[in-house]
Design a protein around this ligand. Structure first.
Ligand code: AMP
Ligand code: ZN
Length: 478
C-alpha cells in the first residue's frame, strides 16, 4: 500500500509501527456552527482510508477531536448569552448527525479539548522544563520555535524565510516574544471567556497543543498517520510536530496525509462571499450518500469543485450502482428453486455461473490496486462501475441464488469500503410518515425542539424531506 507522505512529498510504502494495527489521528472541526461541505471532505476521505485499512484486515484506532474552545465559539456564546459549552455541545450533536447521514463511522475516540486541559498543562510544563518554551511576564507561554531544529520539515519552509515574512505580521501585545516565530501554548484569560487555572496564569490553551496532547493520550507518543485538510500543514501541523517531538523525544507521526480543498463554482468556499453550503443544506436536496459519492469521485489530493451539475452526475452514478445491487437482491429473493437445492446441501451454482463469477474477480483486484495507490477512490469508483456493467450483462444467464448472492457480496464488499450503502432501505408507509409529522408538530407546540429535530432527521434518513409551508407541512420522497 502506498501513501503520499507530505513529509517526504513522495508516495511511500505503508509500514505500520505494529503489525496489523493502524494508529490514526484526524484533526476535527471547531464546533461553533453546522459543518460545511468543506469540512465534510476530510471526514469522508479519512473514513474511507480507515475502512480500507479495515478491509485489509488492520485493526484501526481512529481518533478525531472536536475543538470546543476557540474564539469563534466564545463569540457565539456571548452573542447568545450562554456558556461556551452550550454552543459546542449543540454543534457536536449536529455534527454527529451529519456524520451519520454521510455514513462516516464514529471514531474510536472523539476527544474534546476542554476535557484534556490537565494533559495540556503537563505537556507545556515539560516543554518549559526542557527549554523549548517560556512564560512571559503576563503568563502567556510561548514555544521557542528555533529550539526545535527540524522546524519546517513538514511544510518545507525555511526558518529565515518565515522570519522575514513574519516581521510584518507582528500582532500588538506580542512584543514580549523572544522571537517573532514563537507561537502560543497558553494564553491569559480575557473578560467573558472560559478559563482554567495553570502554573502560569488563569487562561486557556492555544489551538495546536490540543492535538499534540490528545494524540499522545489516546494513541501514544508515536503514531502511524496524522491527517487533515491541506490548510493545516502550516502552521497547525508544523507546530504539532515541534511540540510533540520536543516534549516526547520521538517521531510524532510517520505518515502525514492532507486532502486538497473543496471549492464552489471554481472559487474558494467562503462565508463572506456567500458561496458556501452546510452539509445540512445539501441534505435538504439530496441523500447525503450522494455527497459522499461526489467527494470520492476525485482522488483526495486533487482539488474538487462543487457544482449542481456534478452533484446530479453523482446522483446518477450512485443510482446505477444501487439499482444493480437491488436487482441482485430481488432476483435472489425470487430464486426459490436453487434455495431448496442449497438447503439440501447441494451446490446450487452451475459451472457457467461459477465461471462468470470468477470472471468478475479481476474487478476486485483492480479496485484494490486503485486503493493501494494512495487511496485513488476516483479509479476505484470507475472499477465498481465496470463491475456493475459486467454483472448487468451476465445476470440474465444466472438463476442460482448462490451465484446471485455471491455477486451481491462482491459488489457490496467494495461499496462498503467506500462507505456507500447499497442495501435496500426499509420502505416507510405514508401513514407512518403522517403520524411522525403530527408528532413533530405536537413536539414543536410544546417547544420540544430536540424531539422535533429528531423526527425530521429520522424521516430524512428514510428519504423523506419535510418542507414547512404556510399551508402546513409538506413532504416528499427524495
Ligand atoms: P476547521 O473547523 O476549520 O478547523 O476545519 C476542520 C477540517 O476541515 C480541517 O481538516 C480543515 O482542513 C478541513 N477543511 C475546511 N475547509 C475545507 C475545504 N473547503 N475543503 C476541504 N477541507 C476543508
Ligand atoms: Zn489538529
Amino acid at each position: 500500500m502506498k501513501i503520499f507522505n507530505t513529509l517526504s512529498r513522495r508516495k511511500e510504502e505503508f509500514v505500520p509501527l505494529e503489525p496489523g494495527k493502524v494508529k490514526m489521528y484526524v484533526c476535527g472541526p471547531t464546533v461553533y456552527n453546522l459543518i460545511h461541505i468543506g469540512n465534510a471532505r476530510p471526514m469522508i476521505v479519512f473514513d474511507t482510508v480507515r475502512r480500507y485499512f479495515e478491509y485489509k484486515g488492520y485493526e484501526v484506532n481512529f481518533v478525531s477531536n472536536f475543538t470546543d474552545v476557540d474564539d469563534k465559539i466564545i463569540k457565539k456564546a456571548n452573542e447568545e448569552g450562554v456558556e461556551a459549552g452550550i454552543i459546542s455541545e449543540r454543534y457536536i450533536a449536529e455534527c454527529k448527525k451529519d456524520m451519520q447521514g454521510m455514513n462516516v463511522k464514529p471514531a474510536t475516540t472523539h476527544p474534546q479539548a476542554t476535557n484534556e486541559i490537565d494533559g495540556m498543562i503537563a505537556m507545556i510544563g515539560a516543554l518549559i522544563e526542557k527549554g523549548h518554551a517560556y512564560a512571559a511576564a503576563d503568563g502567556t507561554v510561548y514555544f521557542r520555535t528555533r529550539s526545535f531544529r527540524e522546524y519546517g520539515k513538514l511544510s518545507h519552509k525555511n526558518l529565515d524565510d518565515l522570519q522575514s515574512g513574519m516581521r510584518s505580521l507582528l500582532v500588538s501585545g506580542e512584543e514580549q516574544k523572544e522571537d517573532p516565530l514563537d507561537f502560543v501554548l497558553w494564553k491569559p484569560k480575557k473578560e467573558n471567556e472560559p478559563y482554567w487555572e495553570s502554573p502560569w496564569c488563569d487562561g486557556r490553551p492555544g489551538w495546536h497543543i490540543e492535538c499534540s496532547v490528545m494524540s499522545k493520550r489516546y494513541l501514544g507518543d508515536e503514531i502511524d498517520i496524522h491527517a487533515g485538510g491541506e490548510d493545516l500543514i502550516f502552521p497547525h501541523h508544523e507546530n504539532e510536530i515541534a511540540q510533540s517531538e520536543a516534549a516526547n523525544g520521538k517521531t510524532f507521526a510517520r505518515y502525514w496525509m492532507h486532502n486538497a480543498f473543496l471549492n464552489i463554482d471554481n472559487k474558494k468556499m467562503s462565508k463572506s462571499e456567500g458561496n458556501f453550503f452546510t452539509v445540512r443544506d445539501i441534505s435538504e436536496k439530496y441523500d447525503l450518500q450522494v455527497l459522499r459519492y461526489f467527494m470520492l469521485s476525485a482522488q483526495y489530493r486533487t482539488p474538487l469543485n462543487f457544482s449542481a451539475e456534478l452533484m446530479e452526475a453523482a446522483k446518477n452514478g450512485l443510482e446505477r450502482i444501487v439499482t444493480c445491487a437491488h436487482n441482485l437482491t430481488y432476483l435472489s429473493e425470487h430464486a426459490a428453486a436453487s434455495e431448496n437445492g442449497a438447503a439440501a446441501g447441494t451446490d446450487a451454482m452451475r459451472d457457467d455461473e461459477r465461471e462468470s463469477l470468477t470472471g468478475a474477480e479481476q474487478y476486485v483486484t483492480r479496485f484494490e490496486e486503485a486503493m493501494d495507490d494512495d487511496f485513488n477512490t476516483a479509479d476505484a469508483i470507475s472499477v465498481v462501475f465496470e463491475l456493475v456493467k459486467y454483472i448487468n450483462s451476465h445476470v440474465s444467464g444466472v438463476s442460482s441464488k448462490e451465484c446471485l448472492q455471491a455477486f451481491y457480496e462482491m459488489l457490496s464488499k467494495l461499496t462498503d469500503v467506500l462507505g456507500l450503502i447499497v442495501e435496500k432501505k426499509e420502505e416507510i408507509l405514508d401513514e407512518d410518515i403522517e403520524r411522525l409529522i403530527a408528532e413533530r408538530q405536537a413536539a414543536r407546540k410544546e417547544k420540544n425542539f430536540a424531539r422535533a429535530d429528531e423526527i425530521r432527521t429520522e424521516l430524512l434518513e428514510k428519504g423523506i424531506v419535510l418542507e414547512d409551508t404556510r399551508e402546513g407541512v409538506k413532504w416528499k420522497r427524495a
